[in-house]
Design a binder for this molecule. Structure first.
Ligand SMILES: [Zn+2]
Length: 159
């Protein structure tokens, strides 16, 4: 077996099963906190723009990682919860090698009006099609059920 072979059996590589306790808190940070509080109340996303290079950072950040400069408060902007599929894969088996009830289409989505992307699950009955370039919109939980996490995005619908 080489690393270039296509893996169709997730149990084929050497592995072991076990459980490990991992209690942790993941702080969102200032920018993440603002981003998640926004999606709890809105059907859009927030991003930040760097004045130096012009990049629109998504998820929003307080500093441009390319220019090493701080993003001023007035450079926060609202962007639509829509995007274009850059790449995708279709999972037909779960981590234990059992067939999923339906194929799961996972994609990297370039978010509109930003230079950033987000991973998401595409809702479609046709898992055989090419989703590259497909336009999608975030399907968010009802506002009263949102918790301020990425789980508020249930999946992405084709538009
Ligand atoms: Zn920059």
């Amino acid at each position: 077996m080489t690393f270039l072979e296509k893996q169709t059996d997730p149990t084929a590589p050497l592995h072991w099963r076990g459980n490990m306790q991992a209690d942790y808190l993941y702080p969102n940070g200032v920018a993440g906190d603002k981003f998640f509080k926004h999606i709890m109340q809105n059907d859009s996303f927030l991003a930040t723009k760097c004045d130096e290079c012009g990049k629109v950072l998504f998820p929003p950040r307080l500093y441009c990682e390319d220019c090493f400069i701080e993003i001023p408060e007035e450079n926060w902007m609202e962007v639509p919860a829509e995007g274009t599929v850059r790449l995708f894969t279709v999972a037909k088996l779960n981590a234990h090698g059992k067939k999923l009830p339906e194929p799961k289409i996972m994609a990297m989505i370039d978010i509109d009006k930003t230079d950033g992307a987000l991973l998401g699950v595409i809702k479609s009955n046709d898992s055989e099609r090419d989703f590259t370039g497909a336009r999608v919109r975030a399907n968010l939980r009802p506002k009263d059920a949102r918790e301020g996490t990425l789980k508020d995005i249930v999946n992405w619908n084709l538009i």
